[in-house]
Design a protein around this ligand. Sequence first.
Ligand code: UDP
Length: 455
Amino acid sequence: MGSEAKAGHVLVLPFPSQGHINPLLQFSKRLVSKGVRVTLASATSHLNSMQWQVSYTNFDVEPVFDGVDNGGSETIDEYIERFNANIPRSLAELIDKFSRTADPIKCVVYDSALAWVLDVARSSGVAGCPFFTQPFAVNALYYHYLQGVLKFPLEETAVSLPAMPALEFKDLPSLIYERTSHPAICNLILSQFSNIQDVFYIFCNTFSELEHELEVWMASKWPIKPVGPAIPSMFLDKRLDGDRNYGVSFFKPSTDTCLKWLDSKDPKSVVYISFGSMAALGEDQMAEMAWGVKASNFNFIWVVRESELKKLPTNFSEQTSDKGLVVTWSPQLEVLAHDSVGCFITHCGWNSTLEALSLGVPMVAMPVWTDQPTNAKYVTDVWQVGVRVKANEKGTVTKEEIERCIREVMEGDRSSEIRKSSDKWKKLAIEAADEGGSSDKNVEEFVAKLKAFPS
Ligand code: UDP
């Protein structure tokens, strides 16, 4: 990138996990398309994959040291602590380095869970904008939790909050009642409210039409700006720009295998199954899933990450080779955009949820933890684009239940109603991101303000 940028220079700092990088990467691409210069700050231990991911884009990647020298086998909680201890200094040095160039950083856009970035930005004399990678609903819930509004024990009464449907215990983000199991993740996420009253804007990967009442409620408190769905524009408006290599994965997708296989199937005949980059099912649950999908007799693509493959029942792939394909990572957006796909069994990670919604694919919601239960509530009860599995008294979702849910979405009485809602939301998502749409206007507004920032 040249040093002359019309609108200004923005430094983007994602948290390096798949579900957190993807939306910030897509948002960065949008900023670039509107004349902003973007530099992506990548944690050193993820630098190689990050450089590979952005090799096709118009922005630069600069390393920030996360303290991991040898890629050791730490837990996510341990990594978070190391990341937070090391990145601030390295980030300040990076901003300082650019301040001595013709094109200094004007603003840092950062994952909202990294609240301390605002202090670094301010002490370096630049503005800061957090980016919520989860929907308004989940952020509002965390905020209410911090305010002590949620009454414990949460199991006993439905939670009723401003601008939200009544939520039962099963609909709440699990971190609210799992604080002790994941202290670093919880602290990271809850810390985002410590200074958001002082920020310039808060971006969110959602769109106005999707969470309108919550947007109004949140806007009465903070300068929030929905800018989603943060997925590549080629999937939203079908103006294929030749940028098929949008590669946004830390894992290697089986792109050709999946697409060739899908090409050979009838329209809306395939069930796509994925639990994202982190959620893991127990071995028994994997077996129930496997036999439930087999019993449905629909075609399927199932993403089983390398680390989970050993949990598949013996001979499952052989027994289902005429109907199914198991891959360790898929080109998810291309799969969801394919005509052959009729439904998505998903853990309801926010990116997966928004991707399926934006591409009009009905869902079977099978949330595992964090924000996923709340996202599932929206899928089934608010947007009405899918059904949710029910676990039995032992907490297992049986093969019969999985088969029932697949049938309900693919061919049951409610199937056409669900498809109608899915088509409606797809249209609204495209409109929001398209030129002049609600999210596009918010991005434009930011770019116009950025031009006026002092350098
Ligand atoms: N994804 C993918 N291929 C897969 C599974 C997931 O490209 O086989 C992408 C998916 O499109 C999404 C991200 O990985 O953008 C997962 O994010 P999400 O928030 O859904 O779940 P998380 O991994 O954070 O639990």
